[in-house]
Design a protein around this ligand. Structure first.
Ligand SMILES: CC(C)(COP(=O)(O)OP(=O)(O)OC[C@H]1O[C@@H](n2cnc3c(N)ncnc32)[C@H](O)[C@@H]1OP(=O)(O)O)[C@@H](O)C(=O)NCCC(=O)NCCS
Length: 169
């Protein structure tokens, strides 16, 4: 079951993010890794900034989360994390297609350049990497992340964004 998360889910969201983010350890640049990967204050900040989390519940327990944030003229998919034991069972795909139906704006997704599995996951689900020269301006315009994270991230977009921006799909 997919449902909107609320403040009662905060600790569970925090726990899922930091468990699933273990996957990044040793893969993303060392200076970008920290433990916990996302501190409680950061998560609080993200929610204050308008990230709305949705979760996938099984047997009354949240086992995956994904955030959606409307920024200017686009919608961002933020913080996709599925509990380690529940990955590869289609939950991320269900959350992504559910969230994609919640907006009519073009969807953008940012992830670590080194997270090849995540890039593949989105590529198989209707997203493509934006041209390299577009990536940094997009990250600056729509995300509030440090410069070093911009350098080490990529942006994927759905076809609608390519068409509206006059870029070749
Ligand atoms: C990436 C992630 C959100 C995908 O969710 P999921 O529920 O595992 O994905 P699904 O089961 O719907 O789809 C699995 C697909 O994703 C890929 N995949 C990515 N990470 C995977 C993992 N740890 N285990 C299994 N499959 C994974 C597989 O290649 C598979 O592709 P295919 O079925 O098209 O061949 C989830 O695996 C996760 O939390 N990973 C760690 C954190 C992360 O990388 N988050 C992305 C941040 S942008």
């Amino acid at each position: 079951m997919i449902r909107r998360c609320d403040s009662r889910d905060f600790e569970t969201i925090y726990s899922i993010i930091n468990e699933a983010a273990q996957k990044y350890k040793g893969i993303i640049p060392e200076d970008r890794w920290k433990e916990p990967y996302m501190a409680r204050e950061e998560l609080e900040h993200e929610v204050e900034e308008g990230v709305m989390f949705w979760g996938y519940e099984r047997n009354g327990e949240l086992i995956g989360v994904m955030g959606i944030q409307h920024v200017k003229d686009v919608t961002l998919i933020r913080h996709s994390y599925i509990r380690m034991t529940a990955q590869g069972q289609g939950i991320g795909s269900k959350l992504l297609s559910f969230l994609a139906q919640q907006t009519s704006r073009p969807i953008l997704i940012g992830t670590w350049a080194d997270a090849a599995w995540a890039i593949r996951f989105y590529e198989k689900r209707g997203f493509r990497l934006v041209p390299p020269e577009e990536k940094d301006p997009l990250l600056k315009k729509y995300w509030s992340i440090p410069a070093r994270q911009t350098e080490t991230s990529v942006v994927l977009a759905e076809r609608k964004w390519f068409d509206l921006s006059g870029k070749e799909w």
